[in-house]
Design a protein around this ligand. Structure first.
Ligand SMILES: Cc1cc2nc3c(=O)[nH]c(=O)nc-3n(C[C@H](O)[C@H](O)[C@H](O)COP(=O)(O)OP(=O)(O)OC[C@H]3O[C@@H](n4cnc5c(N)ncnc54)[C@H](O)[C@@H]3O)c2cc1C
Length: 519
């Protein structure tokens, strides 16, 4: 991904009419962009910040059908997501994994309830099942989860779901778009629409936030994939449009693996206040999280509420032998879920749905809102199909079901580099040429100098935060360790991207401010 070359192409072809312009570079927008380019449409995606900067880097990192939606009786939603789970694990094996979960059981009635429920979950997954669910005894549950409190434990139910690296998946999608002839640009904000005399949208006004350069871009179709920001885009189209989003915040805390010491994840389907609590191993740490709190404000950097953090610490402490406290927190991250709301009564939580929603405005703006990471491919397919059915685009067949991202040969590469797929070989070649590049930047994080250099050359990082939060997951894995390596990473980036000391100092200053949201 060469940002300069993509911008030069945009400048040299100002009169071009794109088939599709997508606003928003999260899971939804990037998924739509890949679907569109692989069908052969001339596609441009514009992201106001970095790819996956918003919700798409702050998920629970599960590729799942959603056991909890099953409990809510939304069987079709679960079935669709389970199917997509299977496709995602098959198409992106370098970024996904089959994860064993254990539901600890404390009442005999729960043994029957969850056993039957999860058997049904297996059934819905059909051919794409990741492994059958089964009951384990109290002794076996204690063996697999040695740090789960044994008191009153009756046994456990084992089931399987997928796990992934959300922001690396986003970067992989962006990179696949460019490889297939699309243009994706970060730090490009859409500020308004171009319209014809009938009020139909004919393109967008956009700004390169790095240089301040303004662009008028023509398009046959504009797609709004801006998640929790979708209503801002609706108001650019029609200042009187009613709210359609109900934001809801979810918080996760990352701890050292010494709190779990297991390859199995824990799933508590019903905590004291009726929420779900997960404790999931991820890159050698443990991510603990729960469900959402409705909010009234949206931001690119939502901040965890004190009561949410206290709730997670308190509840995790009830189940784990080693009780976590504030000093054990490696990172806290909060994400905003773009739940679809009832436009006539935006605060009516009962009406809020987890399903994605598509709307086509009278001016021709196609919005795709809600849903989940797991379903990004299906949502994209439905979005492009809708624009074909509406007569905006000529008919072309979706090909993403069997779109394989970077084949990866386990025998060839170090396991740790598998997140780069087939490109791992390029990083290994760099390391062979200069063994010093092989050294870890920190004993607490799994990243080397070679990866930072390779990412600078191939993955469009524009800021220190892009590198530490989303290209590598340093910020999410251990905030303090990420701060410790920040100066050396800034040095490498400045050298590779040809920036001066002032850039470096500014980046470090901004990063040191940002991390306060994550501690
Ligand atoms: C706490 C939490 C946990 C979750 N866990 C899971 C999970 O484990 N598995 C799962 O499948 N799903 C999960 N989800 C759901 C999933 O993360 C979201 O559905 C998905 O990330 C939404 O992606 P999006 O692209 O629609 O939105 P976003 O990721 O928010 O992307 C929208 C983008 O639009 C950009 N934008 C806004 N305005 C403009 C503009 N004017 N110009 C250009 N760009 C603009 C923003 O900067 C942003 O990057 C979770 C959600 C939350 C909140």
């Amino acid at each position: 991904m060469d940002r300069k070359a993509l911008i030069t192409d945009l400048q040299h072809n100002k009169e071009r009419t794109w088939d599709i312009v997508i606003i928003g570079g999260g899971a939804t927008g990037l998924g739509v962009a890949l679907d569109a380019v692989t069908r052969g449409y001339k596609t441009l995606l514009l992201e106001q910040s970095d790819f996956a900067k918003s919700t798409s880097s702050k998920s629970t990192k599960l590729v799942h059908g959603g056991v909890r939606y099953l409990a809510q009786g939304d069987i079709l939603l679960v079935k669709e997501a389970l199917h997509e789970r299977g496709i995602m694990l098959r198409n992106a094996p370098h970024l996904t994994a089959n994860q064993e979960f254990i539901i600890p059981l404390y009442r005999l009635w729960d043994v029957i309830l969850y056993f039957v429920g999860l058997k049904f979950y297996d059934l819905l997954a059909g051919r794409l099942s990741l492994g059958r669910s089964y009951y384990i005894s109290r002794k076996e549950a204690a063996k697999r989860l040695p740090l789960l409190k044994p008191e009153k434990l009756k046994g456990g139910i084992v089931y399987h779901d997928g796990q992934f690296d959300d922001s690396r998946m986003a970067i992989t999608l962006a990179s696949a778009c460019v490889e297939n002839g699309g243009t994706v640009l970060n730090y490009f904000r859409v500020n308004g629409f171009l319209k014809d005399e009938k009020g139909k949208i004919t393109g967008v006004n956009a700004e390169n936030l790095e240089t301040g350069s303004k662009y008028s871009i023509n398009a046959k179709l504009v797609i709004n994939a801006t998640g929790v920001f979708a209503d801002e885009i609706h108001r650019m189209d029609d200042p009187l449009s009613k709210p359609t989003i109900r934001p809801s915040q979810g918080v996760h805390i990352v701890f050292d693996n010494s709190f779990l010491q297991s390859q199995s994840a824990i799933m508590i389907p019903k905590t004291d206040d009726g929420r779900v609590l997960f404790a999931i191993p991820w890159y050698g740490k443990v991510v603990v999280g729960t469900t959402d709190t409705p909010l009234d404000t949206i931001s690119l950097e939502p901040k965890a509420l004190n009561e949410e953090v206290d709730f997670i610490l308190r509840t995790a402490g009830k189940y784990l032998v080693k009780k976590p406290s504030r000093k054990d927190v490696l990172c806290i991250f909060a994400g905003l879920r773009p739940l679809a709301a009832n436009p006539n009564n935006p605060s009516a939580t009962k009406e809020v749905s987890r399903r994605h929603k598509m709307t086509l405005s009278p001016s021709g703006l196609l919005s795709i809102i809600g849903g989940k990471w797991t379903s990004y491919r299906r949502m994209a397919e439905e979005t492009i199909d809708k624009s074909i059915k509406s007569g905006i685009l000529e008919k072309r067949k979706c090909v993403t079901k069997k779109f394989s991202f970077f084949s990866y040969d386990e025998a060839l590469h170090a396991k740790r580099l598998q997140i780069y797929g087939k490109k791992a070989v390029e990083i290994e070649e760099m390391m062979c040429g200069q063994p010093a590049l092989r050294e870890l930047l920190s004993q607490l994080l799994p990243y080397t100098r070679a990866e930072i250099i390779w990412i600078c050359r191939n993955e469009m990082p524009q800021t220190l935060e892009d590198m530490l939060a989303r290209r590598t997951r340093s910020l999410f894995l251990d905030v303090r360790a990420s701060v410790a390596i920040a100066p050396i990473v800034a040095d490498i980036m400045a050298e590779e991207l040809r920036y001066d000391n002032t850039w470096k100092e500014k980046q470090l200053e901004e990063y040191n401010k940002l991390i306060l949201n994550y501690l």
